[in-house]
Design a protein around this ligand. Structure first.
Ligand code: SAM
Length: 249
C-alpha cells in the first residue's frame, strides 16, 4: 500500500504509517522501554514469558559446538540459554536493531559472566554469510518488523541446510478467551506501562501490534513462502503466543 506521496505504508499498531515512520516509531518504543523491559515482561506475563522461552530452548535442541543466531534478541534471554547449551566450542550471536536494547543485553550477559558477540543490525539485512547457523531464532521481534517476508528470507538464508528457523511470537488466542484477554491488553497493559516504565503508549502499541500480526496459519504460510519447509507450530497458553519451527532443506 502507498500513501498520497507514493511512500509505501504499513501498520504501526492500528495506525497506517509510512514504512520509514514505522521504523522510527518502533525504535522510539524500544529506546523508551529498554531499561524496564525485563521487569515489564515479568509483570505483564506473570512470568509466563520465561516458560515460553524455556519451551523454545527445548525445541531448539542446541548441542555443544552448535552455531546459533538470535535475531532481535534484545536483552538476551534466549541467547543466554543457547550459550549454556552450545558451550565453549559453540558460537551464539545476539543481534538487535536497537542499541539501547543491546546494551541492556550486553550488561545482563556480562553480569552472568558471559561475553557473546553482539551485532547491531536490521533483521531484514543480516550481515552473515549464507548457511552459517544451525539454529536461527526470533522471539517477539518479527511483529515489529516492516517486511516480515524479507526478515524470514534472511533468517532462512543464514541457516545451514538441515538447520531450523524458530519464531516465537504473540498469536491468536483461543476465541472464547478473547474478550478477557482484550480487556486485559487494552486496560491493564497500558496502565502497567505507565506505572512501571512511565510510558503507556508503548504498551498500547504492544496490544495493537499483536492484533494485526498474522495468525498461526498465516505465519506458517509466510514461512513457507520464505522457503522454509516442514513448518509446524505449537500454541502456548491457549494461543497467547505460538512457536513456529521451519526447516531449511
Ligand atoms: N527477543 C527479546 C525477547 O524475547 O525478550 C526482545 C523482544 S522485543 C519485544 C523486540 C525486539 O525486536 C526489540 O529489541 C527491537 O529493537 C527488535 N527489533 C525490532 N525491529 C527489528 C529489526 N528490523 N531488526 C532487528 N531487530 C528488531
Amino acid at each position: 500500500m502507498a500513501d498520497k506521496s507514493g511512500d509505501s505504508t504499513t501498520h504501526f499498531g492500528y495506525r497506517q504509517v509510512t514504512e520509514g515512520e514505522k521504523a522510527q516509531r518502533v525504535a522510539q518504543v524500544f529506546d523508551s522501554v529498554a531499561s524496564r523491559y525485563d521487569l515489564m515482561n515479568d509483570l505483564m506475563s506473570a512470568g509466563l514469558h520465561r516458560l515460553w522461552k524455556a519451551f523454545t530452548v527445548r525445541q531448539a535442541d542446541v548441542r555443544p559446538g552448535m552455531k546459533v543466531l538470535d535475531v532481535a534478541g534484545g536483552t538476551g534471554d534466549l541467547a543466554r540459554a543457547f550459550a549454556k547449551r552450545a558451550g565453549p566450542q559453540g558460537r551464539v550471536v545476539l543481534t538487535d536493531i536497537n542499541g539501547a536494547m543491546l546494551r541492556e543485553g550486553r550488561d545482563r550477559l556480562l553480569d552472568r559472566g558471559l561475553m557473546l558477540p553482539l551485532v547491531q543490525c536490521d533483521a531484514e539485512r543480516l550481515p552473515f554469510a549464507s548457511g552459517t547457523f544451525d539454529v536461527v531464532s526470533v522471539a517477539f521481534g518479527l511483529r515489529n518488523m516492516t517486511h516480515k517476508d524479507a526478515a524470514l528470507a534472511e533468517m532462512r538464508r543464514v541457516t545451514r541446510p538441515g538447520g531450523k528457523v524458530m519464531v516465537l511470537e504473540f498469536s491468536r488466542i483461543w476465541q472464547p478467551l478473547a474478550p478477557v484477554y482484550d480487556a486485559y491488553s487494552f486496560n491493564v497493559l497500558p496502565w502497567l506501562g505507565k506505572k512501571i516504565a512511565g510510558d503507556s503508549d508503548s504498551y498500547r502499541y504492544l496490544a495493537e501490534s499483536i492484533r494485526v500480526h498474522p495468525s498461526q496459519e498465516e505465519l506458517a504460510r509466510l514461512m513457507e513462502q520464505a522457503g522454509l519447509e516442514s513448518v509446524q507450530w505449537f500454541n502456548l497458553t491457549a494461543g497467547v503466543c505460538a512457536l513456529h519451527v521451519g526447516r531449511k532443506i
